[in-house]
Design a protein around this ligand. Structure first.
Ligand code: GLU
Length: 492
């Protein structure tokens, strides 16, 4: 069988940017090897259930273009499951876990534990007081299986724990970190089945990865400390363990784990700001993986070709927003302009510049605007500020330099001739601008800064900005005349 990998999120309601990268690396590795990439939902912790979480997560993965073809999918807004190894939602697999827990119990690799919360608490306190690392003290390890079953049937609450052998080295080879060895004396008799009949993550993940034929487990480094327990479970069942690859965390500029408190960490935050999926994905691929050459801009196809687990770094990758912006602005510049305009419309409407209906009617006009603005954008919600010059007719000089510009001695002469030329034609566009500026230059002798800067301030309030010809085209004759009048009356 070929390579099979999985992304196994818990439905917490949002996809952390680090999880999106984990999913991406799984996806790239699978595609590169013509393997399968599966999405499984790990919802064994029922206390963390969030309404609509699965849909939200699947929609974000779809948006990002990191798409699986097996497991839990969204089709026409509905959550569906596809593939031969289902169900792919853990809460629908409880009978499977029951079957496998019985196998472990029969083999003597697991045991019933009837300890009360209070007792466990007491043991933990005593251990902490003695300066020991708290762990289960094995109180129920010796209870015979048939006696334990009787107690359970009689209604006594219980959990099922893994029976780890004493003083045994568990060794596995991690794809990023190399050989990892942990002694069972440093591990706890992990709970495998909880009192509510749900498996713990540790048990479910092993059973599922095995039954789903997963060959490589590629996941975040927070799971590396749990992996020895998983490896032991594979051994206990007599199954071959998959290859484990633990990815380093994504860190903030202070080298701490990226956390919600510091701003954007959910993939949806970046979507909502108007990052393009292509830009975000390209950038994320580079946080923790480095290509063999200096190349920095990649399409998904190119990532699939170039990606390699061998070049994933051992240390955490720093999330650098400036670099993300640089990568994203590259994709914005290259994007199909119709599509880019469509993607920007929600931000035009959000700013109150146009209604949804106007956006449809005036699509070409917005497209002209995007043609001008796109070189200035790192992400699309910036159109809210960048496009303000086109919607705010109440032009004011924005700073001292702009105010000074309006005081130039030749401002009246310039405005008069400009105004006249505009009045002579029906419509104005970029071509008109080009010709007109040349004519004015010839007729008055003003050129360069002396010509463009005053006119720019009159039309936009700003000293710098996009191409003047395009500004004329987007504003149109009436608005240009109105703005000249407005500025002349108020500021000159
Ligand atoms: N459900 C785990 C998570 O939320 C997945 C860990 C794994 O990939 O094994 O991150």
């Amino acid at each position: 069988m070929g390579i099979r990998v999985r992304f196994a999120p818990s439905p917490t309601g949002f996809v952390h940017i680090g999880s999106l990268r984990t999913a991406l690396y799984n996806y790239l590795f699978a595609k590169q090897n013509n393997g399968d990439y599966i999405l499984r939902i790990e919802d064994t912790d029922q206390t963390r259930y969030v309404e609509g979480a699965i849909e939200n997560m699947l929609n974000i993965m779809k948006w990002a273009g990191v798409e699986h073809n097996e497991g839990v999918l969204i089709e026409n807004g509905q959550v569906v499951q596809k593939g031969d190894c289902g169900p792919y939602i853990q809460s629908e697999r409880l009978n499977i876990y029951q079957k496998y827990i019985n196998i472990l119990l029969e083999k003597g690799e697991a045991y019933f534990c009837f300890c009360s919360k209070e007792r466990l608490e007491r043991v933990r306190e005593e251990q902490t007081e003695k300066g020991e690392t708290p762990k289960y003290d094995g109180y129920c390890r010796g209870i015979a299986l048939d006696e334990a079953r009787k107690r359970a049937e009689a209604g006594e609450p219980y959990v099922i724990r893994l029976k780890l052998p004493e003083n045994k080295d568990i060794v596995f080879e991690d794809g990023v970190r190399g050989k990892v060895t942990v002694n069972t004396n440093d591990l706890d008799d992990q709970v495998l089945m909880k009192a509510d009949g749900f498996p713990t993550y540790h048990f479910a993940v092993v059973v599922d990865d095995h039954l789903m034929g997963i060959t490589h487990v590629i996941r975040g480094e927070e799971w590396v400390i749990s992996t020895p327990k998983h490896v032991y479970l594979y051994e206990a069942f007599g199954w071959d363990a998959p290859v484990f690859v633990h990815l380093p965390n994504i860190l903030n500029s202070e080298r701490k784990k990226l956390s919600k408190r510091q701003g954007d960490v959910a993939a949806a935050d970046f979507k909502n700001k108007g990052y393009l999926p292509e830009g975000l994905i390209n950038y994320l691929a580079l946080v923790g993986w480095s290509p063999e050459d200096e190349k920095e801009i990649f399409t998904m196809e190119e990532l699939i070709e170039s990606f390699s687990l061998e070049r994933v770094s051992k240390s955490g990758g720093i999330f650098d927003t400036d670099k993300l912006n640089w990568v994203n602005s590259h994709f914005i510049k290259e994007y199909d302009i119709d599509e880019l305009t469509r993607l920007a419309i929600p931000f035009f409407t959000e700013a109150g510049y146009v209604t949804d209906e106007e956006a449809l009617i005036k699509f070409d006009w917005l497209k002209d605007m995007m043609t001008i603005l796109k070189d200035r954008l790192s992400y699309l919600s910036q159109v809210k500020e960048e496009a303000a010059i086109f919607f705010n007719d109440d032009v004011k000089p924005v700073n001292e330099e702009a105010e000074e510009t309006l005081k130039l001695a030749h401002i009246h002469e310039l405005l008069n001739i400009f105004e006249e030329k505009i009045k002579e034609v029906d419509t104005i566009d970029a071509e008109f601008g080009k010709i007109t500026f040349k004519e004015i230059q010839k007729e008055t002798g003003y050129k360069g800064k002396d010509l463009y800067m005053p006119l720019r301030v009159v039309l936009t309030g700003e000293v710098h900005g996009p191409d003047m010809g395009m500004i004329l085209k987007v504003l149109g004759k009436e608005k240009v005349l109105a703005r000249i009048k407005h500025v002349r009356e108020n500021f000159i």
